[in-house]
Design a protein around this ligand. Sequence first.
Ligand SMILES: *Cc1c(COP(=O)(O)O)cnc(C)c1O
Length: 420
Amino acid sequence: MISPRKSPIWHPFTQHALHGEMTRIVRGEGAYLFTADDRRIIDAIASWWVVTHGHCHPHIVRAIQDQAEQLNQIIFAGHTHDPAEQVAAQLLKLAPPGLDYVFFSDSGSTSVEVALKMALGYWHNIGVPRTRIIVMQHSYHGDTVGTMSVGARGVFNKAYEPLLFDVASVPFPAAGHEQATLDALEAACKRDDAAAFIVEPLILGAGGMLMYPPWVLKEMKRICEAANVLFIADEVMTGWGRTGTLFACEQADVSPDIACYSKGLTGGSLPLAVTLCRADIYDAHYSSDRSRTFFHSSSYTANPVACAAARANLELWQHGAGARVASVAAMQERLIAPFRADARFENVRRTGTVTALDLKAGDAGYLAGIGPKLQAFFERRNLLLRPLGNTIYVMPPYCVTEADLAEIYAAIKDAADELA
Ligand SMILES: *Cc1c(COP(=O)(O)O)cnc(C)c1O
C-alpha cells in the first residue's frame, strides 16, 4: 500500500492505512479538549492516563512559566537544582516507607528500564549471579526493548520478539485463581537466578484494565521478600490517585524495593519520571571503585521545568486532590453500577477512579474488530475514549463533573445498542 497522506508525521499506535484525518486539538481546559473545528471533547481517558487535575491547571501552568524564565535545562550529572531537590524530598515523604533514593528520568518506559538496571546492578555489585526477571501475564511496562521484554508478548511486539530477553512469567491472578499466581511466583522465586519481580499494582493497564485485589499484592510481596527477590512496583499508571489512594501499594501496605512513577507526576503537563529505591540498592553502587557507578542518564534528566511542574502537582496533592479522587471514585461507582446487570457487558469492574467493562461482540483482545468501531462512535459523540479492543474503560481527570461522566456512560450504553 502506498500512503496518500500529506502530513509527514507518523503517529504512535496508529495504523495510518485505516485511520482518517487526525483530530486537530488547539486547546485544553479542565476535562475538555477543543478542536480546530470548534468541537468540545470530554477527555474520558485523561489523554492516555496522564492528566490528573485537568488540562492546563492554572497552578501548574504558572509554575512552568516561572521556572522557564529562571533555568530551563541543566546537565544533572555534577549539578542539582531546587525543583529536583524539593520534588525528591516530598516524594520520599509520600511514597511507601523504606524507599530512600530518587532517580529522575523522562518517561514511564525509562523509569522501568532504570528499575531493571538498578535491580541487575544490585546483584552484580554484591557479587550474586541473579539475572532472571519474573513478570506477570498480560503486563505492560513500556515500548522500549527492555520493557517489551518484561511485558506481555503478543501483537505489540511480534516483530521484535527474537531480540527480547527471556523472563519467568506467572499467571494473572484472575478472581478465584489467585493461588495459582502465588504458587507460580513462589516457584519462580526459588530459582537460583531470580533477581526481581516486576508488577503493576492492582490494575494491569494496557493489558486490558485487568484488576486484582490488594491482598494478592500483599501476598506477592511477602513471597518475594521471603525469597530475597527484589519487588519492583510499576506505578507509572496506578500512581497519583488512580486506584483511590495516592499510590496503589498503600492499599496493600506494601513497601516495594523499587518503585516507578511517571504519567501523573507532573499532573500530565510535561514528561518526567522517577524511580525510587531502597538504600541497600543505592549502597551496592556506592563505592570508591568508579566501575560501580550507576551508568544511566537521559539528556533531560530532572529537567527543571518538568520538576517545577511536578512540585506544583505535589502541592495540589497537599491541598485537596485526595478528596477529588474519592468523589470521582464514588461517581464512577454510581454510573458503572447499572452495567453490572446489562447482559451485553461482562467483567464490569472498578478500582478507585478507573472503571472498565468488556462488550460482548464477537472476538476479544486488542485487535477485536469492534475496537475501531467503538472509537469512531465515541468520536462522533465528542468523547475521547480509546477502547482496548472490546474493553471500554473510563479514566477521567479528577475535575470531571457528574454530568460529564453521565454523558460518557450514556454513550457507552448507546454504543452497545447500536454496535453489539
Ligand atoms: C504507560 C506505562 C508505561 C510506559 O510509560 P511511557 O511514559 O509511555 O513510556 C510503563 N508502565 C506502565 C504500567 C504504563 O501504564
